[in-house]
Structures are given as C-alpha cells and as structure tokens.
Design a protein around this ligand. Structure first.
Ligand code: ATP
Length: 681
C-alpha cells in the first residue's frame, strides 16, 4: 500500500528525520499530519479503462507534439506522409500542395514569426478516401490501413493524422476539415470531424457534398497552436529534405510569410511498388508466435508454418514439425505450452532463407543523385545503394549519398577580394562541419540526431582516410552533406514519435559500409582534383612564356622560323608535361564524366559531368545511340581521343536530361577546335 505524498519536492529543511522521533513540521515544530492511507477497496473503485486518446492527450510528447514548433512540423509531416503513401499506392505521381497560414487570435494577423496559431492545408492528387472511412481515419486513434501488413510505407501505426487532429482540437478547439473525392465522376465530400477522447470515437459536425475543382484527391485542413521558425528542423527544412529523397514528387509550399516555394518533379517515374510479405520466422517473438497459432486459418501445424510465414515451404514445414516432435497434422490451436516452445525454438535453429526484398522500395542511386543535385549546392555528388540485408527477420536496405563542396558560382564569389572582418567574425568558416540528413522510408528525420544509428555510423567512420578533416568523436569538417536512408518493412524507431533509428548491429554495419564507399569515392575525387589543380597552375606558367620563347627563337633564326608551328609544339609539350588530358578531365574541362567514380557527378563552371551508369538508367533513348561495346563499329577510324570525346558528350547529354539542364557542351564541334589528343609523359 502506498502513502499519498505531497507533489512539492522536499526541501533540505524537510529532510527525513534521522532519529526515531515523530516527524515534525520544520518551520512550526508541530507534528506533521499523517498521510492519508488508501485501502485496496478504495483503490479498486478508482480503477477504470483509459482510452487511447486520453492516454495520448496526456502524453502528446510521445507523438512529437512536445513544443509548438515541433508540433507544427509533426502536423505537416503526418498529412504529407499520408498524401505520398496514398498516391504512390494508387500508382499516381504525387502532386502535393502545403499551405501554412497565420490565424489571427485577436486583431490583425501578426507576422509569421510571432504568430501562435496556424492553419495547415495539405492537398494531394491521390486516390481519395471512401466517405464512410473519413470520420474514423481523422478522428479515431489507431485506425489505418498499414499496421497489419508487412510492406514498406511511410506510415505504420494508424495514429498520425488523427493525433494531429486531436492536437488541433486540444489547442484551438477547431475540428479537422476534410475534402475528398475518389474520381472525376464521384462527388466531392466535405467533413468536419472531432474526436471524442473518452471513447476514442469520431464526432461528425459536418458532412455534405460540395463542388471541388480537383478531379480526385484529398485535402486536409487543421488549425493548431504552433510556432513558425525557419532553419534546421523547421517545416521548410523538412519539406526541402522530403523533396531530396522523393524526386518523383511535385511539391508546392505556400509559406506563412506569403512566399511560394516550388520543388518540381525531377524524376518522372514512380518508385517500384513494394509487395506485401508475410512475417519471416526469425523476426517473430514467442508471444506473437502463440497468438498466430490461435489466429491461423490453417488446419494443420505444417500448413500453418508454410502459409503464415515467408520462406517456409511445405517440405521444410514438415521437417520442422518432425524435428520439434510435433505432428505435422496437429491442429495449430492445440499446440500449447512446452510443445509450442519447442516448435518455436526449432524454427529459430533451422536454416531458413532470408526474407524476400520485393517488399522494399529503395530510392535508388540515380534518384538520390538527382535529389541531392536539385537541392544541395556542391561540386561532387555520389550515391550508394547497398544490397538488401536483414535484422530480426526484417529485410532492409541502406542507401547513402554525399554532396561535397560549393557550386562553381559560389567558388567564384569566394575568390572575390575579402571584405575586412571584425575580430572573430567568420572564424568558424573553416570549422564548418558536415550536415547529416537522415531518412526512414523516405521520410526525413529531424530530431534526436545523436540517438540515431545513422548519425553514430557517420561519427565512427574515419573520414581522414578520405582526405576530409575530422576531430576525434566529431563530424567530418568541410562543405559536405551526408545522406543516409533506411528502407524497411519495419523501421526500428527508438520512440513512438519516429525520430531516430535504433542501433542494431546489422543496421550499423550496412550504414558504415555505404558511408565508406561514398568516402572512398570522395577521397579519389579530392586527391585527383588537388593533383590536377597543381598541374594546371604549372601549365599556365609555361603558357605565359610560350609567346616570349617563340619571339626569341624567331629573332635568333633571323625571322625565318614558322612561329605558329613552334607555338603549337610548345603548347603540346606544356600540356603533356602537366598531366595532359587527365588534368583537364579532373578539373572538368574536358567534357568527360568522372572516370572511376561510379554513380557520381562532378559539377564544374561549365555544367555537370556525369557517370555513364547513371546516365544509362535515366535516358535509355540517348543510350540507344551508343553502340554496344562488343559490336563492330562501322564508322571511319577515329582518333582515340575524339572517340572518347564523343562518348563523353553522349554521357553528358544523358546526364543533363536527368537534371533538366541545357547542355552547353553538347554542341557540334567546331572544325577549328579539335579535341586535344592525350598527352604523353
Ligand atoms: N490523404 C490520404 N489519402 C488516402 N488515404 C489516406 C490519406 N490520409 C490518410 N489516409 C488513410 O488513413 C489511414 C490512417 O492514417 P494515419 O496517418 O492516421 O496512419 P498511418 O499513416 O497508417 O500510420 P502512422 O500513424 O504511422 O502515420 C492511412 O493508413 C490511410 O489508409
């Protein structure tokens, strides 16, 4: 039996008495009142059921509503995630509009940065929602279509949008407004719903047919208390990161400051639709196994194993039953106690194939490159998609990307004469640390960075090996963005608010391997560029003196020397002595791709240089023009360098198509500007 205690923390003067003397009030020296004791009966009378809505009303921080800034982001995130999930599932390339508006509380609307109340409207072109389900989807916690299946999707639990609606109701008293239309021939329905938190059931305030200019889709409007502040972990940041990992999405964002930001679609294919799988026997805990034995529709133990799990054939199921000394024909419901335990243990000890991976839809290297290039300024980009792996029976794929450096236009700016700075000003420029952007099932994770397996893997990678400075236990230093994505049927989040990925060994290992590969490519790029820059400087010095040398030689020969020819020969020597074409290539002056750096792009002042593998996946039409390597080429013999130049241009054209940029270099060659042959050392 517990004693009722005061809510105030005990002060030093009220410390527990050390002697056996009765407790006294420290100030008045009077004996303290004995605490009220409660009997089991009284306690029993207080027992009652807690509805899930009541629980989360009190514990809204568990769902990401701990402060007004984060709450605003969580509401936007839940609505956008649903819009993307629904559109993709219906095979529709998503067009999503997010509108944030300041709602005046009394008087004229305050500036967005000082406002405390916002209206969030998210509109999609998805399949819409059947009328009967609308109230429960938006006003009943734990109601959704994704929880009971094993398939990769952004949402999992069936709690997100109703929790956002509940937060709005709690902070502003306003209902959630929904417009939904399932097709051009169907009517659009408008609903206003609130949640009855005691019962966790919807209360419908409005339900009518309306005219809606959109042929299909859903629009959700929430009014919530929030705080709009730009910068890291803001709504703006989240939407920007969403567009990096989802280049197939067209996103329009109307900020509360009246600005419109457009994130166009740069990738015109939907990600391959993930398949639903059955649970893998290794990923099932014993309690769950017992429940499955009771719930199965199979009539026999062997049938149950073969039909309720993936990767268990009928033959294997019979073998498992025999090894566990359970009759294959036994009714699953009759398998209880020690028999069930032995069966479970036998399954865990049996060698079973890893789960299938068609339930996953990784972003893919070309789409990561496209997303990074679209949103992040850099000179070098690379992406790695690891082969599928398994943790606790759940298949997953890790993908990593890296953008490094400043865009050439920014480099030009940085070469301008520096404005004198005050003491201490701009000192941190050299200590700029890499930025890590993390994703789970294509959703950016903005909070709890240091608790996340992705972040830990970035810290534990030795970036010094790749030519990037790094202090002990810190992020690598430099103008660098590191992208990590985990795609899985079940992402092991560290908390219900889905902000950090748990640190399983298998996951950690895969992230590390992906990061190392990105680092290795970056190291190659940096070393090659540094070497080439040195050579290029040397070449410039030689070239400075060529005119002088030619004039001097001509004078010595009494003006009889063919000056132009000598100039060309000296030029040739200067080029060959300073790395030849390799120098031009490394500095992006040759129109070629980043050789030896698969799935990478190098950006130069003249445009982007891409890798063949990336280009070939993006624009098959362009590639059909390139003869397969083993096919005999029916063309006039070309010089090696010219052939190479032509191939590089084709690669580049394809790469340009990916990013929708005009290819300045993709012009016919002028006859007076032949390709320089590769120089000899
Ligand atoms: N814009 C939409 N278009 C179509 N269906 C939607 C839309 N928004 C929500 N839904 C449906 O409503 C269900 C509940 O959504 P909710 O956000 O509450 O949970 P969830 O997305 O399943 O999981 P999580 O709680 O992890 O976000 C979804 O499973 C989906 O079927």
């Amino acid at each position: 039996m517990s004693k009722k205690t005061s809510a105030a923390p005990p002060s030093k003067s009220a410390a527990a008495p050390t002697s056996a003397a009765p407790a006294t009030d420290a100030a008045s020296k009077k004996p303290a009142k004995p605490a009220q004791l409660v009997t089991a009966v009284e306690m029993g009378a207080r027992q009652r059921e807690i509805s899930v809505s009541e629980f989360f009303t009190k514990n809204r921080h568990l769902l990401g509503f701990d402060n007004p800034r984060k709450a605003l982001l969580t509401c936007v995130k839940e609505a956008v995630d649903n819009a993307l999930d629904a559109s993709e599932e219906a095979g529709i390339l998503p067009d999503v509009t997010v509108r944030l508006e300041v709602v005046p509380t009394n008087g004229p609307p305050p500036p967005a940065s000082q406002a405390t109340r916002f209206r969030i409207t998210v509109t999609d072109n998805g399949p819409g929602i059947v009328r009967q389900h609308i109230p429960r989807i938006f006003a009943k916690l734990l109601y959704g279509s994704k929880f009971h299946r094993l398939r990769m999707s952004r949402g999992q639990q069936g709690i997100g949008i109703s929790a956002a609606g509940m937060y709005g109701q709690l902070t502003t008293g306003k209902p959630v407004k929904i417009i939904s239309r399932t097709g051009p021939r169907a009517a659009a329905h408008f609903f206003e719903v609130q949640i009855d938190t005691k019962k966790n059931e919807p209360l419908v305030h409005e339900n009518k047919q309306i005219e809606w200019d959109q042929p299909q889709g859903t629009q959700v409007t929430l009014e919530v208390e929030g705080k709009y502040q730009k910068g890291r972990a803001s709504v703006d940041d989240w939407l920007e990161q969403t567009s990096i990992a989802n280049p197939h999405v067209k996103l329009i964002y109307h900020t509360p400051e009246g600005e419109t930001k457009e994130y166009p679609r740069t990738y015109h294919e939907l990600p391959p639709a993930p398949r639903e799988i059955k649970p893998h026997p290794y990923g099932i805990e014993f309690g769950m196994f017992l429940k499955m034995l009771q719930d199965t529709k199979s009539q026999t133990a062997a049938g149950f194993l073969a039909s309720d799990f993936c990767r268990v054939s009928s033959q294997l199921a019979e073998e498992i039953c025999r090894a566990a000394k359970v009759s294959p024909a036994m009714k699953p419901r009759d398998i209880k106690g020690s028999a069930a335990e032995t069966l479970y243990q036998t399954i865990q000890q049996t060698k079973i194939m890893a789960p299938p991976t068609n339930c996953l839809s990784p972003i893919g290297e070309k789409a990561i490159l496209s997303g990074l290039y679209k949103q992040i300024k850099g000179e070098f980009y690379t992406a790695v998609s690891r082969p599928p792996a398994v943790y606790r029976g759940n298949p997953f794929v890790i993908e990593a990307g890296l953008a490094y450096g400043n865009r050439p236009e920014d480099q030009a700016k940085s070469q301008q004469p520096a404005v004198p700075k005050a003491e201490g000003e701009g000192e941190d420029e050299h200590t700029e640390l890499a930025r890590v952007i993390r994703y789970a099932n294509r959703v950016p994770l903005l909070y709890q960075q240091s608790a996340c397996a992705t972040f830990k893997a970035v810290l534990s990678t030795t970036w010094k090996n790749y030519g990037v400075a790094q202090s002990r236990g810190a992020l690598p230093a430099g103008p660098m963005v590191i992208f990590v994505h985990m795609a899985s049927v079940w992402v092991p989040f560290t908390s219900e608010s889905k902000e950090a990925i748990a640190d399983y060994d298998e996951i950690q290992k895969e992230i590390t391997l992906a990061l190392r590969e990105c680092g290795r490519r970056l190291g190659l790029f940096l070393r090659r560029r540094e070497r080439a820059a040195g050579e290029y400087r040397r070449r410039n010095i030689f070239e400075l003196y060529i005119e002088e040398v030619v004039e001097a030689c001509s004078r010595l020969k009494g003006g009889k020397l063919p000056k132009e020819k000598l100039k060309q020969q000296l030029q040739k020597i200067a080029t060959s002595r300073t790395g030849g074409m390799k120098t031009d290539e490394a500095l992006g002056r040759a129109g070629g791709g980043p050789e030896g750096l698969p799935h990478s792009i190098i950006v130069t002042a003249e445009g982007i240089e891409g890798d063949a593998a990336v280009a070939s996946q993006v624009e098959p039409e362009t590639n059909t023009a390139v003869a397969p390597e083993d096919e005999p080429v029916q063309e006039e013999p070309m010089r090696k360098a010219e052939k190479r130049g032509a191939k590089q241009l084709q690669k580049k054209a394809a790469q340009m198509a990916l990013f929708g940029q005009p290819n300045k270099r993709n012009k016919p060659h002028k006859p007076d500007k032949p390709h320089r042959p590769r120089g000899k050392k």
